[in-house]
Design a protein around this ligand. Sequence first.
Ligand code: CP
Length: 309
Amino acid sequence: SDNFVNLSDFYEKQILDLIKLSEKFKQGYQVYLKEPVYVANLFFENSTRTHTSFYMAESRLGLKIVDINTSTSSVKKGESLSDTVKTLQALGTSIEVIRHKTTGWYSSIIKDSNVKTSIVNAGDGAGQHPSQSLLDLMTIYEEFGTFKGLNVGIIGDLSHSRVAKSDAQILHKLGANLYFSGPREWYDSEFDLYGKYDSFDNIIDKLDITMLLRVQLERLNEDSVNQFKANEYHERFGLNTNRMNRMKPSSIIMHPAPVNRGVEIDSSLVECSQSRIFKQMENGVFARMAILANILKNKKLLFEEITYE
Ligand code: CP
């Protein structure tokens, strides 16, 4: 497809190819453009990692980057996201990388026959975060070389987490065993489709991957924010040294970041030897190169054929 909005649009082989292409870029592989290609980045929600790593990926691919300041754009005058995309297309951009708070913001845009530009989902509300999922898959694949049979625990604010949703769907499809934990009121029954809910203490010693989620206070209502107690959360649902000591020596810790140190995870564990948190960020640049290169290939804008091995 010319778009990248949801990893569930991809077959297993296509996902494995994207992981292999990400690894090739990490080893220094390069592709060359037939003509100048312009890409616009539109981040309507805050971002450090996704925005900057798309920017780095675009730079490394030789794309010309149009970084839009969304706070001074005409969206503030009421222009719709769809008309904004069509405007950028009229100005000459070929790929739009967008993060927006509306879940599924891309659905009507990709169905619109007047939209020819490629749409990349850099996060949609509490929906999906497919480029994060690809870098998570890459990080897991580097460690274990497979997904089948891995025990993956996703712990925290599941109901508000687009990372949890996209990772759970794709890891289940790829054959991992999924366990979910965290406050019951932040559990969503849609996760029953992919795995089991249990207490963190019941699952910690069998996990190959402990994936912690950020407590997203910005997505909670005022009452919930006022009632939230960081210490209590850390004690019941956080990764502390006691729980860490029960983890298998071969298991790894992941977190999409930003991290609330001392809430989801003890600050001293963020950079411990089993943590892959900063490796995930590093891999994000190469995963995003693969996503963009695949689109450029489909749009016939690359000189060479991409090989995935
Ligand atoms: N993991 C992630 O999406 O981080 P940012 O919000 O900083 O992009």
